[in-house]
Each structure stands twice: as C-alpha cells, then as structure tokens.
Design a protein around this ligand. Sequence first.
Ligand code: NAD
Length: 490
Amino acid sequence: MGFQHPDISQFPEHSLVIGDSRASAGNGETFAHVYPATGKVTREFRGASAEDVDRAVAAAKAAQPAWRALPGDKRRDLMFRLAAIIEAEASAMSPLLTAENGSILIAGGHMSADAAQKFRYYGGWADKIDGRTVSTWGGPAHDYVAYEPFGTIGIIVPWNGPLFAATMVMAPALAVGNCIVLKAPELAPWSIMKLMEHVQAAGFPAGVVNLVTGGPEVGEAMVSHPGIDKIEFIGSGATARKILASAAETLKPVGLELGGKSAVLVFADANLQDAAKRGLSGAVSAHGQGCVNGTRLLVERSIYEPYIQMVTAMSAHVKIGDPFQMDTFMGPIISETSLNRIHGMVQKAASLGGRVLTGGERLGGDHAEGYYYPITVLADVEHGTELAQQEVFGPVLAITPFDSEEEAIALANGTDYGLGAYIHTTNLARAHRVANQMQAGQVQVNGSGEAMTPCVPFGGMKHSGHGRLGGIEGLREFQQVRNVWVNLNG
Ligand code: NAD
C-alpha cells in the first residue's frame, strides 16, 4: 500500500500566461510531472517554445513603460492586494506545494504566509523609491542619483521551493518598476501556476508578469533573449556556469543564488539540546533539499559524543511518510536519480571512514513506491572528503570534531561554498568574533531558519552566488543607477 496521490481536479490549468492570454500548453517539449511520494505522473505538460518565450518578452516589454510610470502607491496597492489573496487562498495553495515536490502539507501555510510577507515588505518600498543628491567636487553643480528599473527581468527558479524562490525575486523586481518573464520549473510547476492566477485576480496589468513553463531549453531561450535585461537565477552551480557563458553573448547581468554546504559550529558552551534540534533540522527541513540547510556539523571535541548521540536520538522521532498527512515531518526526495546520487555519496563517505549512526539505506515498505531516503547521520567525516565538501541535497548530516575556535573557523570556511553558517554558543564575544570571520552570506547565531525573512538580505559568497535578495539590498538588485550632473555656471 503506497501513499495518497494528489487529486489534480481543482489544480490550475494554465501553464502559459502571456499578456492577457493564457493557455494550458505551450508549443515546446512535452514533459510529465511526477509526484515523488508515489512515483506516479500528476499531469503531462507541453512546455514553452522559443517562440513562446519571444512572445512573453514582447508582452513584458510592451507593459513595462506604463508599469514604470505608475505611481509607487498604485504599485504598492496592487502588491498588497496580491499579498491578501495569497493569504486568503493558502489552503488551496498547500496541496499544490505538496503535489509538486513532495513537501509536507503542514509547511504549506507557512510558504503562503512567507510569499504574502514578501509582497507586503516590498509593496511597502514601492512608494518610497527615492534617489539622492551628491555633494560635488569641481562644481558649481547640482548632482543627483536616480534609481531606474532594468526593464524586463527573467526569473529561473529550482524545484525545491518554487513559490519561495519566485516571490523573493518578483516582489522587489515589481516594486521598482520591472516587468517579469517567469519560468515555472519542469519538476515542480504547480504553485507558480496558482500564483499566476492570484496575480491576475489582484488586477496587475496584462504583461507585467508572464509565465512560461518548462525545462532547460526554456531557460536557455530566456537567457539568450536580447529583450531580457537581467536574469535572476536560483539553482545549481553547474547550471549557473552555462547561464553565465550564454549571458556573455548579450552582455546580460545575472544574479545568482546557488547551492551551499553550510556549517553548523557547536561550541562546548552551547545550549546542547537546542543546538542538537537545530543541527538535525539541516536534514529535516525540506527533507535536506534546502540550499541553506546546515548539513556540516562541526562540534567541539569535549561534547562531540554526547552531541552526536543527541542528534541521532532526536532523529528517531521524526516521522517520514505521506506528505499529505498532518503528522508527517519529512517527505520524499525529488527523484530516483537524486536518491541514487545521495545514496552513492553516503556509501562513499562510509567507505572513507565515516561512521553511519543512523539511516544509510533507501526506505522500503509503504515508502517503496516513492523516493524515500531516511535521515542519515555520519560522524567522523574527514574535512577533505566529498561528503564534507559537496552539496548532497538530501537528508544527510556530516559531523566532524574540532579542538579550537581557530580550527572551527578554518573548517567552516574550508569549502568552495559560502551561503549559510550557524554558530551555537552562549559566549557573546565568541558569537560576534566567529560571525565576523565567516565566509558566508547569512550567519545565524543560536538560530536556524529565523533569518529567512524578506526584511534581511539573503545570498551567497564564493561559489554560492552573488547579489542579494531581501532587504534594501534586494531592491537594489533590480535597479540601475543613473547619475545626473547639472552645471550651475551655465
Ligand atoms: P538546476 O540548476 O538543475 O535547475 C534550476 C532551474 O534552471 C530549473 O528551472 C531548470 O529548468 C533551469 N535550467 C537548467 N538548465 C538550464 C540552462 N542551461 N539555462 C537556463 N536554465 C536552465 O537546479 P535544481 O536541481 O532545480 O535546484 C537545486 C539547486 O538549487 C541546489 O544547488 C540548491 O542549493 C539551489 N538553490 C539555491 C537557492 C538559493 O537561494 N541560494 C534556493 C533554492 C535552491
């Protein structure tokens, strides 16, 4: 007996929204969306073609001058209306979020609340887009800086949190007067299709937000399109490299939000219970398929064994199963391919001396139809090995001991990535001292998910990307700077 399969009879129909026209199919490649908890297809889609992308760009370009000219308070009101609709429709959105990638139903309400928050936060900025004056040298002159939208932003997001990722870009981009061509990912298209219905219900003018659905070929058509003025890409480093190479042809700016191998530093003076719960969340949250999950646990040697026993014991209480059940805390991995990759990495780490404390084998029984991998905790993982260095994107924790603050910092910074870092200590001076040395875009002290809020900037250093979403920094990502110098002696 397997798990409940989604009933898509109430799901949105339209996977292509261009200007004021909407269609249930594009003119491109056909793909089947699979629900990972049952391994069965929910619906076959026909994705967008390059011509569909072309039409979407044309619609965005046609709408943009009026959208830019719309007074900020009007853009604000539309964004607030959208936020209210997202909140009111949260219960209809939740099953779509579960159906698209197997995320647990109980997380759905939070995802809608988060999306609404983003439109409220940036709607609040839309009527406060000011420039500044500059005290000039070499005058007499009056000099001022004006912030301008780019024009059309192409948004490409991954499958692991499409609503989360799309709205973190849409909200600031729209607030400052850009129009949008948004690609719903082939592995998880449902929530963005629903969001497009809400955009329409809120009364956004046609062409301000356009939707194309499909895989890499649709993204490629967007990146190479001369009419798209900036690409915001959220996904893997491997794809980012291809996008940067392609964007070079049109000299297009690209914002990158990529993967991570975020360290959790647990010092002996930490609140161990809390640090263990939060450490475990790196495997539980989004079933370990979150870019900023803390998946590398660095633990001071004097508390190493008690800490790893605590994490392992807690993991036994996490129910993994049918995502539609309200008592389920963990669902499936996105695909068979991902599951096999994860298992391969675990086996390799074990062969290199990693001590498997729990998990390590694909789940059978009721879980067998879907792509289920248990929480897998490995202790004594050598810092230089693949499991300590590479993103797993699954519920796998790699634990390594350290002997000093200096060593902890060196280990935390010792990967190519630089997305998140989590510090657990009750020593205030140490917290700031260590935070100050983290090569990571988002550092949390005695926290885990709290900083994922629209009012603070989020993004990576090193191979985790560049540019920031969230906060005033997120607004600036979608603005260009024009400086105006007026001679006063003319
Ligand atoms: P991916 O790079 O395979 O795909 C991401 C998107 O890019 C998809 O929509 C895909 O269709 C599209 N795409 C693929 N090839 C393309 C090409 N050549 N040109 C244009 N578009 C193309 O990533 P994924 O497997 O969907 O997502 C997982 C990755 O995303 C992980 O590395 C994760 O850490 C990262 N991620 C980062 C953040 C962040 O904010 N930093 C958030 C979520 C996920």
